[in-house]
Write a protein that binds this ligand. Structure first.
Ligand code: UD1
Ligand code: MG
Length: 485
């Protein structure tokens, strides 16, 4: 491992006042991950001895978010600035030779950029190397004050800029590489001389430069990588860039995306060659799409696993479910977690399912609720069929065999089993098991009364006809005044 003498320190104790939020800034999401999660993931491939997160606001939650990634947390209480944050980690950093510092709120940085920064720091034999960026709108960021083309004199915070310095468009990303032996004495000299009375890490740069130490600034190849998230607008910008990157990744893998800017993809999503995503599709969580699938407009898939050649018609919502090759689903279908649609199965419009398995080639084409159910292969479930899986206290299973035909508008009251090859008559309420190859009729036999309706209408008409006496009474009286004339 090349960086075993290095410790990475991620600054994540700040509140993020400008976000106006009750959650710590670094726990906010962009691109489908928390800010700090993305930062840690960029650092992991560097192979450092340790990754340390400085936590303060919502310390427990932030520590819990990074712990699964092998990150150790150090509490900074109170938060007296970015320099103070590094100081509180001194003991944990121990005798590391190199300290890489990153802010927890700039999640777009790539591992390649970090590797290049460390390499430049080493080859330049520097006390500090800053990752800088040249941007069109530098407002809000600290500016890099260069001594010469190759060396830095200071970083000046936005609030402390002179009118001339305001023109500088090379900004501090807050990502640095320090030689530990040089950083500690420099930080010890930094005074909290700013309006927030904080110890700024940026001030250590001027201290090092004034001592004649080598301070370098390496310009990031893509300025967007250093975008920090201080406001909701920053979060939206960063989110947009992550989503762009992910769509590009899928397109490079052979996926067609129509109107890509309308398609939202989570970071862990994958899709196979020649699959097509129509506009306004969302693929979230660990959704995995096979080859030659079509996900039509308005569909939202979260943790869905699709085989090859699956057709998802418009406005279908799928969560935590598995669809094998050549399944057809939707439009307007909803799969809640735990559904498995086997090869060639068909689920049609306005069908809701949960915790159910639908066998090869079976069809539930219209207006059904199927819950806690197992359906064999090549069965047909008629329109409007409902599995009554819940008695208000407990859930019960329904088992339907192979080549079963359930007539429309049937209710199957669980627990119940319908054997292979059985028929259920339309409109049945099935409360008992149906043996294989049987016909179950769970409804009253129809009675027909010839002429009943015509007779009824005649009676109604007679009833509504005004009575003779009533007719007389209601006849309008002739106007006397008129007669007089
Ligand atoms: C900081 C830099 C600025 C740079 C910008 C890049 C300083 C003084 N300024 O400004 O030069 O252009 O980042 O995005 O460093 N934090 C702590 N403890 C603290 C204070 C902050 O852990 O006591 C953490 C925050 O949680 C955050 C990071 O440090 O993740 C940076 O702090 P922030 O307040 O965002 O600094 P900026 O104003 O963005
Ligand atoms: Mg910031």
């Amino acid at each position: 491992m090349p960086n075993k003498d290095s410790v990475i320190v991620i600054l994540a104790a700040g509140k993020g006042t400008r976000l106006k939020s009750s959650f710590a800034k670094v726990l906010h999401d962009a691109g489908g991950r928390s800010l700090i999660d993305s930062v840690v993931r960029a650092c992991l491939p560097l192979g450092a001895k340790k990754i340390v997160a400085i936590v303060g606001h919502q310390a427990e939650q932030v520590a819990a978010a990074v712990e699964p990634l092998g990150v150790q947390s150090v509490l900074q209480q109170p938060q007296n600035g970015t320099g103070h944050a590094v100081l509180v980690a001194k003991r944990v950093i121990g005798n590391a030779k190199t300290i890489v510092v990153l802010p927890g709120d700039a999640p777009l940085v790539r591992k390649e950029t970090l590797k290049a920064l460390i390499a430049a720091h080493r080859s330049g034999n520097a006390a500090a190397t800053i990752l800088s960026a040249v941007v069109s709108d530098p407002s809000g960021y600290g500016r890099i004050l260069r001594k010469s083309e190759n060396s830095v004199a200071a970083i000046v915070e936005d609030s402390q800029l002179t009118a001339d310095q305001r023109e500088i468009n090379e900004i501090n990303s807050s990502i640095y590489c320090f030689s530990a032996a040089k950083l500690w004495p420099a930080l010890a000299q930094v005074k909290p001389e700013n309006k927030h009375r904080e110890i700024y890490l940026t001030d250590a740069i001027a201290v090092l430069a004034s001592k004649g130490e080598t301070v370098l600034a390496q310009v990031a190849p893509d300025a967007r990588e250093v975008l920090g998230c201080n406001t909701r607008a920053d979060l939206a910008d960063v989110d947009r860039i992550f989503r762009d990157r992910k769509r590009e990744e899928l397109m490079n893998a052979g996926v067609t995306i129509q109107l890509p800017e309308t398609v939202l993809l989570g970071p862990d999503v994958s899709a196979g060659e020649d699959s097509l995503l129509e506009p306004c599709v969302q693929l979230l969580g660990k959704t995995k799409i096979g080859a030659r699938c079509m996900i039509r407009t308005g569909s939202v898939l979260n943790n869905a696993i699709l085989g090859d050649g699956v057709m998802v018609e418009p406005h279908t919502v799928i969560a935590g479910s598995r669809l094998d090759d050549n399944v057809i689903i939707g439009p307007f279908a909803r799969l809640r977690p735990g559904v498995h649609l086997k090869k060639g199965a068909k689920v049609g419009n306005f069908v809701e399912m949960k915790k159910s398995t639908i066998g090869d080639g079976s069809k539930v084409p219209h207006l059904s609720y199927i819950g806690d159910t197992k359906i064999g292969s090549h069965s047909n479930i008629g329109a409007g069929t409902i599995t009554c899986n819940y008695d208000g206290v407990q859930k019960y299973p329904t088992t339907i065999g192979n080549r079963v035909f359930v007539g429309s508008d049937s209710v199957l009251v669980a627990p119940v089993k319908i054997g292979d090859g059985a028929y259920v008559a339309a409109g049945s309420a099935i409360t008992e098991n149906v043996p294989p190859n049987a016909l179950a009729l769970g409804r009253n036999r129809q009675t027909v009364k010839p002429g009943w309706a015509a007779k009824k209408r005649r009676e109604q008409a007679a009833e509504n006809r005004p009575k003779k006496s009533a007719r007389r009474k209601s006849r309008p009286k002739k106007s006397r005044s008129r007669r007089k004339r």
